[in-house]
Design a protein around this ligand. Structure first.
Ligand code: SF4
Length: 361
């Protein structure tokens, strides 16, 4: 155990069997794993926590993912779409308040054409010095290219599970191959890419979770989002048990150990199953928080899982509340755009050599 934890700290070069073993740790051994991940986080990322302002601009979705509260079959959802002007005004307002990255997220909603989204990104970039992260699901390579040209910096597209059969079971409208092909296309276009997974999906095994960690390493992700499965009453998974905090924290720790310096959020879902879940995730290797700045009346209706934290609170209070939580665990709140270190290294290499990194996807 000691030599394995040392390997975790010194190189992170651990294999599938070792990851499965670490995922099965209990009690004090789990604490030791989390401490090791926290040490890696401190060495490679420092004490700063990056703050991203999240705007969920549409809860309309063409897909029917089995776990998701806003899936198209859930007819009890009150659907909304923010207008492009509302989206731009919300995003630029965040930038004026000092937030260096805005994350625009929605269901897979073709109401927003490629050109509409590109114009939203262009307008935000023209009026504010801010990084833009998109999280709009699987779209065409042409749309991704258009948005990158318009100035989008990053794209979040969680793979959710690296088990192809489980992926297809919970995502009737897609395949793992298609999802990975989107991620590879996004990387080719120069985006900073984020993948990630859910912990505790019905039918998921520790072997599947180990493969999720290995996939994050293989993709050389800039960002890795990990959160627990939370059953929504309006889905076929109503009544299934939620993913555990303990296993989620071990996954965050392992993501930190294998990626070394990726941007890893303390997800809202983790904060929704435990009052101090986000602080615990930050102490297990995470270094990003994403306060929810979706305005009223929309924010209560982006219910991808039930009892989501903070949806009835004033969005203006979310930032200060999260900052206070960061200080409470002796970390500092970063300012600026907070680009991924992997991306900055690739840029520096390109500037020196005149071409991209040979190891990029
Ligand atoms: S998980 Fe995303 S793509 Fe799937 S139904 Fe929910 S919003 Fe749509």
């Amino acid at each position: 155990m000691n030599s394995l934890l040392n390997k975790c700290i010194e190189s992170g070069n651990i294999g599938r069997d070792e990851i499965i073993f670490l995922l099965g740790l209990q009690g004090e051994d789990t604490v030791r794993l989390i401490r090791a991940a926290n040490e890696v986080r401190q060495r490679y990322c420092g004490d700063e926590v990056h703050i991203r302002g999240l705007v969920e601009f549409s809860n309309t979705c063409r897909n029917d993912c089995l776990y998701c509260g806003i899936r198209r079959s859930n007819t009890s959802v009150r659907r909304y779409r923010m207008t492009p002007d509302e989206i731009v005004a919300t995003a630029t307002g965040l930038a004026k308040r000092g937030i260096g990255t805005v994350v625009l997220q929605s269901g897979e909603d073709s109401h927003y054409s490629g050109e509409t989204v590109a114009e939203i990104v262009r307008s935000i970039k023209a009026s504010a010095d801010v990084a833009v992260t998109l999280s709009l699901g699987e779209r065409s390579f042409a749309d991704y290219a258009l948005w990158r040209q318009a100035g989008a910096d990053r794209y979040l597209l969680r793979h959710e599970t690296a088990n192809p059969a489980l992926f297809e079971k919970i995502h009737p409208d897609s395949t793992l191959e298609r999802r990975l092909s989107c991620l590879r296309g996004l990387r080719r276009l120069g985006y900073q890419i984020g993948a990630g997974c859910m912990v505790g999906i019905p039918g998921q095994t520790l072997e599947d979770l180990a493969d999720d960690i290995l996939l994050l390493r293989a993709l050389e992700v800039d960002m890795a989002g990990i959160g627990p499965f939370i059953p929504h009453p309006g889905t076929p998974f109503a009544g299934e048990p939620a993913g555990s905090l303990d296993l989620t924290l071990k996954m965050v720790a392992l993501a930190r150990i294998v990626t070394r310096d990726a941007l890893i959020p303390a997800t809202t879902a983790t904060g929704s199953i435990d009052e101090f879940g986000r602080e615990k995730a930050l102490e297990a290797g995470a270094n990003v928080v994403m306060p929810n700045h979706t305005p009223f009346p929309y924010r209560v209706d982006y219910e991808i899982y039930p009892n989501k934290r903070c949806v009835t609170e004033d969005p203006n209070q979310c930032g200060p509340c999260l900052t206070a939580r960061i200080f409470s665990i002796d970390r500092t709140a970063a300012t600026g755009k907070g680009h991924s270190p992997r991306h900055l290294r690739a840029q520096a290499y390109k500037a020196t050599k005149g071409h991209g990194c040979p190891w990029s996807l």
